[in-house]
Design a protein around this ligand. Structure first.
Ligand code: GLY
Length: 391
């Protein structure tokens, strides 16, 4: 199948808008004061997936999102060197260990989001060997979710549940780096083969030929036959969920870093054009890319932040002579400036207002969410210094 590369909107070719160091430093100061305000409440429990009436409630081991809090703490530690962030992040290792010991909500592909941002970071950044062992245990659980016939990692639920078998989702693009990490760490090539195969299948079946994406896709685990694409969090099976597209942009770009497959950044580019061409006037996406101004739909600022990180990763991989580099940099600046000016959450918990978790299930609509906060900070860190990604 040939996947189209849309011509990028002319508005990204206007004179270049560059974010300078003062702008980024000031945005990072805002982020750090918000984290500092949360820290006293969340040194032993985690902020929930999204805020409720302006506040994050406390949760522990219930969701796919807890790692984002430790990710924020590790970013804060990397940026400031202040011990309080490291101590807080390391304090959560007990929690991540108990989650594995008691098998609490680990029947999910989200093990990457959970254990890369907590345990792999603790090992990689500080040499904590206990964290390394925990991360390897999580990688084993993720590996068990790979079905070799279908070539995919089952997203959710019991591996024996026929209704869930063979279902992959685009979000998993950010979880497979846990398997690449485990392969590098142990020398066991099985992890790498599973992760590489999953990415290949994601590229083949989750991406439609117009450069948009399905949120999820089913394959038959007995024959490997492709069955159907559908959505879990998007507007419809045939629309393009904005956050899914952002996971795709970012994950396929990262896939090149992990596999060396030069087709992956080109795929990321195609998804990027589709995404950027559907942004409204303020460059912050609606929660599904099907919407236009007339629909008065909510934004999803978290998808915007993830896409910035993804395009920044893509830029690392494109040659310096790539003619579209200035346009991509422009797109990043336009999204960042609008997010900071119009969506930064002052006087309430969270960093970015107006995220959408799951519209169809009435969850976290038009409020900050923890992953949006994390990717906003990651975007600022990426744009301000040489930084080794957590993925
Ligand atoms: N990975 C779940 C979500 O993006 O909502």
């Amino acid at each position: 199948m040939t996947i189209a590369l849309e011509t990028l909107d002319r508005r990204y070719f206007s004179p270049q808008d560059v974010l300078d160091k003062d702008w980024i430093d000031s945005a990072i100061r805002d982020v750090l004061s918000s984290i500092d305000a949360l820290l006293p409440r969340f040194s032993h429990t985690f902020p929930a997936a999204n805020t409720l009436e302006g506040r994050y409630t406390e949760v522990a081991k219930v969701d796919w999102t807890e790692g984002f809090w430790t990710g924020l703490l590790w970013l804060a530690w990397e940026v400031t060197g202040e011990d309080k962030y490291r101590r807080a992040a390391e304090g959560f290792l007990d929690n991540f260990e108990e989650r594995l010991d008691k098998q609490i909500k680990v029947d999910t592909h989200d093990l990457g989001f959970l254990y890369l941002l907590s345990c792999v970071n603790a090992w990689r950044l500080t040499g904590n060997t206990r964290a390394r062992s925990l991360a390897l245990r999580a990688a084993d659980l993720l590996y068990c979710r790979f079905n070799a016939t279908a070539g995919v990692i089952q997203a959710w639920g019991d591996l024996r549940d026929p209704a869930r078998q063979g279902r992959m989702i685009i979000d998993c693009n950010l979880n497979v780096p846990l398997l690449f990490w485990a392969a590098n760490e142990t020398g066991n090539a099985d992890y790498r083969q599973a992760a590489t195969r999953h990415l290949e299948q994601a590229a083949r079946y989750l991406v439609r030929n117009d450069g948009s994406t399905f949120h999820t896709f089913y394959l038959d685990i007995h024959t490997g036959k492709a069955l159907r694409g559908d959505t879990h969090q998007g507007f419809s099976d045939s629309s393009c969920w904005a956050r899914g597209q952002a996971w795709g942009i970012y994950g396929f770009a990262l896939g090149y870093h992990h596999t060396g497959n030069a087709a992956l950044p080109e795929l990321s580019r195609k998804l990027t054009h589709y995404f950027l061409n559907r942004l409204p006037e303020d460059y912050v996406c609606y929660w599904d890319l099907i919407f236009t101004q007339e629909d008065h739909a909510y934004r999803d600022t978290s998808a915007a932040a993830i896409s910035v990180c993804g395009i920044a990763e893509l830029l690392k991989q494109l040659p310096l002579t790539d003619p579209l580099r200035p346009a991509y940099l422009n797109a990043i600046s336009l999204m960042m400036r609008n997010l900071q000016a119009n969506y930064f959450a002052h006087n309430e918990d969270g960093l970015l207002r107006e995220g959408v978790y799951n519209f169809g299930r009435d969850m976290g609509i038009n409020v900050p969410n923890l992953w949006g906060d994390y990717f906003w900070f990651e975007a600022l860190v990426r744009l301000s210094r040489v930084w080794t990604p957590y993925w």
